[in-house]
Write a protein that binds this ligand. Sequence first.
Ligand code: HEM
Length: 113
Amino acid sequence: MTHAHITSWALALILFFVALYLQKSGKEKGAKIVQMVLRVFYILILITGIQLIMGLASLPFSYIAKIVFGILSIGFVEMVLVRGKKGKSTTLFWVLLLVSLAITIYLGFSLPV
Ligand code: HEM
């Protein structure tokens, strides 16, 4: 299940950059389709994450932090794409995304499962 979880978020990250690229090059239809596929991957990340939690006997704080930052990262990806599409500034959400993604990946790899 750990592999499925890592595969899900790694593919989601790639799809995020593809969607950004399509958005920037004015291919709105393509960007929309990739973003829809990306949203399916959010669900896969959540499902595989929840399955990892179910394998635990207890839920220490570090796991709760991991889950919160994981969900926040997904939220910031969505904010960057949606604000980008509307032509609004994405700088703040880029910073928030990079910080929360770094924390999520760090916590993920430092936790024992
Ligand atoms: C963009 C979002 C996310 C990223 C980048 C991410 C990243 C990671 C990474 C790198 C690991 C370590 C895998 C390993 O040890 O081999 C991991 C494990 C885990 N993730 Fe996520 N994750 C994300 C979202 C989530 C969400 C939303 C949840 C909960 C619903 C979640 C729950 C877990 C759990 C429970 C583990 C096992 C921790 C352990 O190693 O003991 N993750 N994740």
